[in-house]
Write a protein that binds this ligand. Sequence first.
Ligand code: PGA
Length: 304
Amino acid sequence: MHITLRQFQVFEAVARHLSFTQAAKELHLSQPAVSMQIKQMEEQIGLHLFEHLGKQVFLTEAGREAYRYSRVIAQQLEEMEAVMAELKGASRGKLTISVASTANYFIPTLLGVFHERFPDVTVSLNVTNRETLLRQLSENEVDLVVMGQPPKDMDLEAGAFMDNPLVVIAPPEHPLAKEKNIPIARLGDEIFLTRERGSGTRSAIERFFKQRGIRLNTGMEIASNEAIKQSVQAGLGLGLLSRDTLEMELALEKLVILDVEDFPILRHWYVMHRKGKRLTTVAQAFKDFLLTEARAILHPPAPV
Ligand code: PGA
């Protein structure tokens, strides 16, 4: 039995009005077109759906059964339309984002605020390194990516939404901890615990040292901001990390930021996707949210 959705819709209208003329009017069809759809549907089913007694139209028993089903189908279609409309309105839907490991320190807070506004949005958050982020961008695997410096060799739409200053950290008892305006050349005498290759922080630091002709003495390569902080506290060397990773240690005075000339290294956080990508409504809403509100949520102006 091959009944089309259109035949069902026409049938539903005729059955509801018990009139071919009324159904034709409602559906903006000619009456012969309506009759044709019903005839074809009856042929498919192998039973008559209507009886004509004089000018009056009646449903047959098969017609009454078919009408029951057609009502259910019509309701389901209406429901689907409403769900799709909701999806367009971003109150539901799925958001898939990938962020650099350093962004892990603030993205959950932002997702918390976003979730309050769109509680029915399901979020899939992936925290990974820059190399994976670049692959995901090029293969269009996720809705949005959040990281530092966008790559120059990719056609991207990238919007900066917040500062990402990189600072030099030391344990509070370090000899440089109390010094002011430390000449940058002094860093050449220190051992640094650096992030792994492929990390955005790492490449920004290497660029910075190279531009100033200072040697970067890498004591240990550590692929985790947390482990770098612990190792700096343990006196294994200095660290160079995003200020965003340090809130807790600074508050507890377990680490201090050294006052070095030319620091902090000024960077920004970007939200990005491939140029021309058609963002879902939810993704667009989250992107707008980052661009317009993230800074104020994470770094509210100090009360005066
Ligand atoms: P990360 O930093 O890759 O060092 O975690 C993010 C970035 O700067 O892109």
